[in-house]
Design a protein around this ligand. Sequence first.
Ligand code: AFP
Length: 335
Amino acid sequence: MSRITLSRYLIEQTRSNNTPADLRFLIEVVARACKEISYAVSKGALGGVLGSMETENIQGEVQKKLDVLSNDILLEANEWGGHLAGMASEEMDNAYQIPGKYPKGAYLLVFDPLDGSSNIDVNVSVGTIFSVLRCPDRNGEEGDLGEEAFLQPGTEQVAAGYAIYGPQTMLMLTLGNGVKGFTLDRELGSFVMTHDNIQVPAQTKEFAINMSNQRHWEAPVTRYVDELLAGKSGPLEKDYNMRWVAAMVADVHRILTRGGMFMYPRDSREPEKPGKLRLMYEANPMSFIIEQAGGAATNGYQRILDIQPTSLHQRVAVFLGSKEEVERVTGYHQA
Ligand code: AFP
């Protein structure tokens, strides 16, 4: 059986789906960077990469060594190829400028270099999440690319994906026409397509939420989770199971694989923040992937992909996964 590598898939997309060659190149470079991150993650203590730095990112979170290393790998891999006009990351306060010595391109790359990094030291799955946008026309304007260029709703994404560094390293990708899954073949050094036409079942009996925050939730979330917990004898008339990895990539990957409902609602701990997860490089790419697999994603009130971002590191409440459950909890917010 001939194997469909990521490279072959992308070339076929250029022919059949008009995927531009520079977008293909960009995805190939991101995938190569993810391979490098995967190797660093898998070395763990042997590579001296575990533990924290003495720095914090703009969110006030202590940076892990692997957060910084992964960020550097993605920047270095992508800055010279001529396909990008700029990059932005969870780990950097401002937009990253393509150095003047390199050509600039048509796209913007936004990423969370190592999602779930609090899991690294305990050897649980982590991942890289990325989103690709077109750079708006700058009308010949020279100089630094400002944050405004990135502030586009998720519907404008031309590609999104994530790599999960778990028992296997996988890359899940959408170019806006479905979701494909590729597994890293370490002997071959290539991502090979192992999951075609991924679909999230509309119904589920599994949910994911950090229950320790229950006392801080808003009423619609409390109502919904109470109903899930009530099981067969409650209004939903079925028993639900619960899973929480605390790495969005791992929780979303499970949902893409077998369905489920992922929630990180806003809560009363920090009322000024509309949630914990970041819109541009967590919620938007994951919502694009989930929708492309037939699921749904909202912030309780509206489709996540329709939200007009106002800042690079904006936070958002997230309800995503199996369509019927997302519609139910979204309905409770509107009741
Ligand atoms: P870290 O990358 O700082 O570990 O955060 C991961 C994350 O943003 C997301 O991937 C998880 O779903 C969520 O945080 C877990 O948050 P709790 O620790 O509050 O459950």
